[in-house]
Design a protein around this ligand. Structure first.
Ligand code: S3P
Length: 443
């Protein structure tokens, strides 16, 4: 695999139908939940990316077998007491924040100690957000300033908790729900809304979860410890991966794309709502329900009349992984000024993505002001690049790499040299080959 991507021309117009790989959030959740089921579970269209393989390796280290082949993935769950591993077994979560956070929940009652590790980017990330609630359940955790490597040992008697999840983080909420699943009694979470895949899986598996949606907060109460049987799942396409092709199409003259079978769960479609408000030509078609999720085709067309937007803070968590792409490309090419507020959570991703956005926009000559985690972007519909652009030092952030490729293919410029091309293996291994199938020239 080449480590540097060279792009020196825009993509020509295209008209295509594509599929993007399976949803990363759902793939990791399916693996973790199947590891606790009684009996065999099968997933189809599981994302085969590094983050997901880290999750499969993790459950194998904990004593759960799986078989992965081209057609499907089978996990042989042994119920809540099924983990068997030696003291100080090492789990390497690689680059995956979702795996590293959610696994705490499953280890709530582990008898032996786990040493949780990660790559250079994950080692910089903060785990206090999950360590604090897990300690309330009674988990024993040793860390140096809440950073990896972290030692985790469960408790024989986990106790249910009442917790206020104030960050709008689905990773925190899901970690608590997984711990609650293995804890007798009722756990209550008051939570700023975030993606709802874990709750949807619980409902599908008929686990006793109750959810009250308030104006600002969700009230979730959940009664542990009810077993469930192995279950099958067809993982829909990942809207976060689809978003790169949506933006590519919006900014490519006379182009059109249909992206089939994408997960359009409302807690993930902030990007569609934002882009539509900016005058993007996007339609959601053939919407169907699937095991608590919603799946549809996304149709998208070249949109020359994009306008700036004032992004409502409430939408941030519904577009958390797509905001940098929207800022760096769509707001940059839109007419007028765009505003976004309370972007602090972007600093806690694979890299400080807010810093990356500001650096990137300055590099391509877009006036940008960042103050106290609020952003102001002065768009330019006539933006035409003609310099050379080197993109590096982004902590191998998969989404930063893909964003830079889409910029190179839509904004022009003499030459783009984008480092760490293997970063897309984290979430979207066939990203480059799918771009090439639309006619992109990438070396
Ligand atoms: C994820 C939740 C989000 C998101 C991440 C995946 C998940 O993180 O950024 O890519 O699968 O739960 P936070 O919950 O920390 O915002």
């Amino acid at each position: 695999m080449k480590k540097v991507a060279y792009i020196n021309q825009k993509i020509n117009s295209f008209n295509s139908k594509i599929c993007v790989p399976g949803d990363k959030s759902l793939s990791i959740r399916w693996i973790l939940m199947a590891s606790q089921a009684v009996g065999t579970s099968i997933a189809y269209n599981l994302l085969k990316s590094e983050d997901v393989l880290s999750a499969l390796n993790a459950i194998r280290k904990l004593g759960i077998n799986y078989k992965l082949n081209k057609k499907n993935c089978k996990i042989y769950g042994k119920g809540f007491g099924g983990f068997k591993f030696k003291n100080n077994t090492v789990i390497d979560a690689g680059n995956s924040g979702t795996l590293a956070r959610l696994i705490f929940g499953l280890l709530i009652n582990s008898k032996n100690q786990i040493v949780l590790k990660g790559d250079e980017s994950l080692k910089k990330r903060d785990f206090s957000r999950v360590i604090k609630p897990m300690q309330m359940f009674g988990q024993n955790i040793k860390s140096n300033n809440y950073k990896l490597p972290i030692k985790i040992k469960g408790t024989y008697f986990p106790r249910p908790i009442n917790y206020f999840e104030s960050k709008g983080s689905a990773q925190v909420k899901s970690c608590i729900l997984l711990a609650a699943m293995k804890t007798p009694g009722i756990t209550n979470i008051k939570s700023v809304p975030s993606r709802t895949h874990t709750e949807n899986l619980f409902k599908y598996l008929k686990l006793p979860i109750k959810i009250k949606k308030g104006k600002k907060l969700d009230l979730i109460s959940f009664k542990g410890k009810k077993n469930y049987e192995g279950f099958n799942y067809l993982i829909p396409g990942d809207i976060s991966s689809a978003s790169f092709f949506i933006v590519l199409t919006l900014l490519s003259k006379n182009s059109k794309i249909i992206i089939r079978n994408v997960n359009v769960n409302k807690s993930r479609t902030g990007i569609i709502d934002i882009l539509k408000k900016m005058n993007a030509k996007i339609k959601i078609k053939n919407k169907k329900k699937y095991k608590g999720e919603e799946v549809a085709d996304i149709e998208c067309k070249y949109s020359p009349n994009l306008k700036g937007i004032n992004i409502n803070t409430k939408i941030n968590s519904r577009a958390i992984d797509e905001l940098p792409l929207i800022f760096c490309l769509v707001c940059a090419k839109a007419k007028g000024v765009s505003y976004a507020k309370n972007l602090g959570e972007l600093r806690h991703k694979e890299q400080d993505r807010l810093k990356f956005v500001v650096k990137f926009l300055k590099k391509i000559g877009i006036k940008t002001v960042e103050k106290n985690n609020n952003l102001k972007i002065y768009g330019d519909p006539n933006l035409k690049l003609n310099g050379s652009y080197i993109i590096k030092d982004f902590m191998k952030d998969h989404r930063a790499f893909m964003l830079a490729c889409i910029a190179a293919l839509t904004l022009g410029g003499n030459k783009w040299i984008i480092h760490d091309a293997d970063a897309c293996q984290t979430s979207f291994p066939n990203f480059i080959s799918l771009l090439k199938s639309l006619g992109a020239k990438i070396n």
